[in-house]
Design a protein around this ligand. Structure first.
Ligand SMILES: NC(=O)c1ccc[n+]([C@@H]2O[C@H](COP(=O)([O-])OP(=O)(O)OC[C@H]3O[C@@H](n4cnc5c(N)ncnc54)[C@H](OP(=O)(O)O)[C@@H]3O)[C@@H](O)[C@H]2O)c1
Length: 261
């Protein structure tokens, strides 16, 4: 299937590693032109050179701390001015601090709100005028399976992702029929974030990261963690013209982890 992404303009935030990096790479492999960012200009610069070398992709790489409203504005303005439009946007950020309700302070809640919900609001607002210049614009917001089934010990993620899916559904109505807006929900995809969560839980339980991973895997029907590329292929499809009639959906890429209908 041709996803129709050749020459189209894709923007990926938090792209230096993990899911964002895999999504940026998948866009480049499909022939898209890219704007990528993370807090580290060196890290996204390194990815840009790799994508240029391996796929001949044109890539704008910039530092953008998603907790900083002005930095978000700057990044989207630079992407829009460079390419004249944005066709596909993958919103993504670092994960919030782990912990249960009793461990979290107001400052923790505020920080997670800014990183995981307000950053999406600001990114979408800054991208909107450039998305409007595309003939088939689409947004994919990265959330989590916690929107369907809260994850023990990740209270901030559980609450804030729910805000992002509600925003996704709201915009799929408000911005229709011009801009499609969907969300993607990773289950347990093998990235540094998940490895860190497994290490943290192992410390809490006096266990090992391997034992913690094995406990998670027992609940995953496909019997393993996912790979970032497996998430990226679905995200890029949703953001592509090939998904032209998909709007307001939350697609789970979780190996069947969530058992709810
Ligand atoms: N992996 C999974 O299975 C999974 C499941 C559910 C939800 N998620 C969520 O999906 C998101 C990505 O997860 P991941 O596994 O790819 O995490 P990761 O491997 O830890 O990567 C996080 C990315 O976010 C960037 N980042 C962190 N703080 C940032 C900030 N303030 N501004 C801009 N960029 C920032 C990091 O780059 P720099 O350090 O260069 O800034 C890095 O590129 C997270 O929100 C995570 O909670 C992941």
């Amino acid at each position: 299937m041709d996803l129709g992404l050749k020459g189209r303009v894709a923007v990926v935030t938090a792209a230096s590693q993990g899911l964002g990096r895999a999504v940026a790479t998948a866009f480049a492999a499909e022939g898209a032109r890219l704007a990528i960012s993370s807090r580290s200009e060196a890290a996204v610069g390194e990815l840009a050179r790799k994508l240029e070398r391996e796929y001949g992709a044109e890539v704008l790489a910039m530092a953008c701390d998603l907790r900083d409203a002005a930095a978000i504005e700057r990044f989207f303005r630079a992407a829009g001015e460079r390419y004249g439009r944005i066709d596909a946007l993958f919103t993504n950020a670092g994960g919030p601090q782990p912990g249960g309700f009793d461990e979290l302070s107001d400052a923790d809640w505020q920080a997670a709100f800014e990183l995981n919900l307000l950053s999406v609001v600001r990114s979408l607002r800054a991208a909107r005028p450039w998305l409007e210049k595309s003939d088939a614009p689409a947004v994919v917001n990265d959330v989590s399976t916690s929107v369907k089934q809260p994850i023990e010990g990740l209270t901030l993620s559980n609450v804030l992702r729910a805000g992002v899916v509600t925003l996704t559904k709201s915009l799929s109505l408000e911005w229709a029929p011009r801009i499609r807006v969907n969300a993607i929900a990773p289950g347990r995809i093998a990235t540094e974030r998940v490895a860190q969560l497994d290490r943290d839980r192992a410390v809490r339980l006096g266990s090992t990261p391997e034992a913690v991973a094995a406990e998670h895997i027992r609940n995953i029907p496909l019997g393993r963690y996912g790979q970032p590329e497996e998430l990226a292929r679905v995200a890029v499809f949703l953001a592509s013209p090939a998904a032209s009639y998909v709007n307001g959906q939350f697609v789970f890429v979780d190996g069947g982890l969530v058992h709810a209908l």
